[in-house]
Write a protein that binds this ligand. Structure first.
Ligand code: MN
Length: 240
């Protein structure tokens, strides 16, 4: 790869929560967000475990799906070893990209488990790459509700897959060639719960530097209500 990506990251506890249970890693080639679940310490411990396991891939070359899978398994072992006094079963989402290469060609390896999200902005088009593992996504897939209805559905926060001691770890993977000008957005649901895709795309397009974009998105989500922790990682493709 002839140059490094440029990236930025920001996180905020929001206005309602007592702690920030989101974690992230934004260090080449790993750009991931984890949203912990389980309440109190459990969620923080779970998202931190996922992120610390994935951080082992920082500076790694040509990361492949099994490499990520092994790190997620390691994170799950950490969760299994936690004392039961932590309370409800800790779990976490994980979403994001690893910048890798195939036959010398730069690629994004997208990883998703749960309802944090990974998007790609190309020009004016913002495309959601990850598919939520959530009850409302299943209702959308079955044609029972529209995506717009899903955004306001009472059970929109119910996740059907996550990284936890009990889960089978069926993460989704997607390998995409890096296109010039790609801007990737990785976020927890504290962003997408407050801002619609058009607002997100507008802010992403209006801030040339990824750090400014990440901070603007987090600030906008907090200003819109900040009902959940909000975490954003923005990474621009390396120049060819
Ligand atoms: Mn959340």
């Amino acid at each position: 790869m002839s140059s490094q990506p440029v990236w930025g990251a920001a996180t905020d506890i929001g206005t309602r929560r007592a702690s920030n249970e989101d974690s992230f890693v934004a260090e080449p080639p790993v750009f991931m967000v984890a949203d912990g679940m389980g309440g109190h310490a459990a969620g923080e411990v779970a998202s931190a475990a996922a992120v610390s396991a994935l951080r082992r891939l920082v500076t790694a070359q040509d990361v492949r799906e099994p490499d990520v899978q092994r790190r997620l398994e390691a994170a799950r072992s950490l969760l299994q070893a936690l004392p039961p006094t932590l309370g409800r079963s800790p779990g976490t989402t994980i979403s994001g990209v690893v910048l890798t290469s195939r036959d010398g060609v730069p690629h994004w390896l997208m990883v998703n488990l749960g309802d944090s999200r990974t998007y790609r902005l190309q020009g004016d088009v913002l495309q959601q790459l990850s598919v939520d593992h959530s009850e409302v996504q299943e209702l959308v897939d079955a044609g029972h509700i529209s995506p717009a209805e899903a955004a306001h559905h009472a059970r929109r926060h119910v996740v059907t897959r996550s990284l936890s001691a009990a889960s089978s770890l069926a993460a989704d993977y997607l390998l995409l060639p890096v296109e010039p000008g790609d801007r990737m957005l990785v976020c927890s649901d504290g962003l997408t719960g407050e801002l619609d895709d058009a607002m997100i795309a507008g802010l992403l397009r209006s801030r040339p530097h990824p750090q400014d974009a990440a901070e603007a998105l987090v600030a906008a989500a907090v200003a819109a209500g900040g009902r959940d922790n909000v975490t954003v990682v923005v990474v621009d493709a390396p120049q060819p």
